[in-house]
Design a protein around this ligand. Structure first.
Ligand code: NDP
Length: 457
């Protein structure tokens, strides 16, 4: 068989798999090259195992509340069982992804690929060259680890899923998605958990009520928060790791995890041989159709640094295939992306935050705070928060922020009216469904506060 393809995709993660599958469905001869496992970060060591582990961690709280409903629970947790069952599930998903590629005729090549020109890709292990009319880079991103002495003693989210045993304590550096989600997981599974963050409150860029609400929720669950501090070095002390902080404190932990962001996988890909330009942040620079500065090379997903989220990568891969292989140019709208933080309590958001919205014009803000019904028989005082940010005087709903159980599920559905340009009146027209938390979104009467000329009133 000749090594000439219509499309060679590098990276079999969410974006690459979707693009390859769609292009093949449209009749293209497609190869996809993957050096690790089919499925990418999301399936193998990201969203999917993370959510499974979050479910595992949440049982602790359910057992707590169960007593208020009359249950007596004597539960024990076994980490190896969770790891083994997780592995079974992601292997099943990997097989499903593989089958979905093979069905429309995509050739899967297990190798490391290096671009050698605008239309050529070299297989490092197989020592052969593929010719491609179009090349798609979908290599994703990898954890960024601070360059400190002893950094190799720490782990990233890549390793966290498969630790041989749970540590007695863990120090997690970072204040983003991964830091708070893994803190939730480890604390829920009984590990003494500390977050160390260089800023003054977790989740920079999120709505302040969400940040402070989650901060309180994490503390309620026993998670310690050290702010405005970083890890300066790590050293092995017996079976523990001693962390030296920027304020001079030295403390031992059973494990140290870096959740200090992710960087696009562009190194050793040979992009320079084809004149593919990068953004200042080191991602592949692409236009609205995911085309790079080399016309035959496209890129989708985390490697482009647009929005590092699985559904966005999938959409970019799909629209790339529509554009290039179905004569149907389509651009992804990156303006209304719902996102969730699978922490405890959970966060779901879409659209603008208050400060962002207030710079666009006058806004009305509606806020509801209440104890989730599930907790009302217990002594738990944690509040769910729902916030609607609306253009003044009956304008469009510009943002929705939710903290509490089910926030992610709620925000996915809210994305539909927001995408349609719904106004407060459209929300009000919906009949409330009682008793739910989400009914608050359609029953707001008086603004809680407003912003006029950029200032909170
Ligand atoms: P984030 O960018 O969300 O957070 C990185 C954190 O590390 C920030 O708090 C940042 O601080 C801090 N940080 C960065 N560099 C350093 C450093 N050198 N020293 C100390 N602290 C540092 O990255 P994550 O790793 O949490 O996640 C990566 C991306 O993956 C996310 O942005 C998201 O797009 C995606 N993701 C999405 C999830 C979801 O949808 N639920 C779950 C997990 C990941 P500062 O705030 O000061 O910049």
């Amino acid at each position: 068989m000749s090594d000439g393809y219509d499309l060679v995709v590098i990276g079999a993660g969410s974006g690459g798999v979707r693009a390859a599958r769609m292009a093949a469905t449209y009749g293209a001869r497609v190869a996809i090259v993957e050096e690790f496992r089919v499925g990418g970060t999301c399936v193998i060591r990201g969203c999917v195992p993370k959510k499974l582990y979050v479910y595992a961690a949440r049982f602790t709280e359910l057992f707590d509340v169960a007593q208020s409903f009359g249950w007596q629970v004597d539960a024990k947790f076994d980490w190896p069982t969770l790891v083994a069952n997780k592995e079974k599930e992601i292997t099943r998903l990997e097989q499903a992804y593989t089958a979905n590629l093979e069905k429309p005729g995509v050739e899967i090549i297990r190798d490391r690929a290096v671009v050698t020109g605008p239309n050529s890709v070299h297989m490092v292990n197989g020592k052969r060259d593929l010719q491609a009319k179009t090349i798609l880079i979908a290599t994703g991103a990898q954890p960024s680890i601070p360059a400190i002495p002893g950094a190799e003693l720490g782990i990233s989210s890549n390793e966290a899923f498969d630790l041989p045993a749970l540590p007695h304590s863990i120090l997690i550096e970072g204040g983003g998605y991964i830091a708070v989600e893994f803190a939730t997981i480890f604390a829920g599974l009984g590990v003494d958990t500390t977050i160390i963050y260089r800023g003054d409150c977790i989740l920079r860029g999120f709505d302040d009520d969400m940040r402070r609400g989650l901060e309180a929720g994490l503390q309620d669950r026993g998670i310690k928060l050290i702010y405005q501090t970083t890890i300066k070095s790590l050293a092995k002390v017996g079976s523990d790791i001693a962390a030296t902080f920027s304020d001079g404190v030295v403390a031992p932990y059973g494990a140290v995890m870096f959740a200090t962001g992710r960087v696009p996988n562009v190194k050793h890909l040979g992009l320079e041989t084809a004149g593919v330009k990068l953004t200042p942040a080191g991602a592949i620079a692409v236009d609205g159709y995911s085309q790079s500065s080399c016309p035959s090379i496209y890129a989708v997903g985390d490697v482009t640094g647009r929005a590092a989220l699985t559904p966005v990568a999938i959409r970019e891969g799909w629209y790339f295939a529509e554009t290039v292989f179905n004569n149907n140019p389509m651009m992804v709208d990156h303006s209304q992306i719902p996102t969730a933080v699978f922490s405890d309590p959970e966060i779901g958001v879409i659209g603008l935050t208050e400060p962002e919205a207030a710079t666009h014009g006058d806004i009305d803000v509606y806020v509801a705070r209440f104890r989730p019904m599930m907790n009302t028989l217990s002594t738990k005082t944690e509040r769910t928060i729902l916030k609607l940010i609306v253009g003044a005087n009956g304008g469009k709903v510009l943002g929705v922020q939710i903290l509490g159980p089910g926030a992610a599920e709620m925000i996915q559905l809210v994305a539909i009216p927001i995408g349609m340009g719904a106004t407060k009146a459209d929300f009000d027209r919906a009949m409330a469904l009682h008793p739910t938390a989400a009914e608050e979104l359609v029953t707001f009467k008086e603004q809680t506060y407003t912003y006029r000329n950029g200032a909170k009133v």
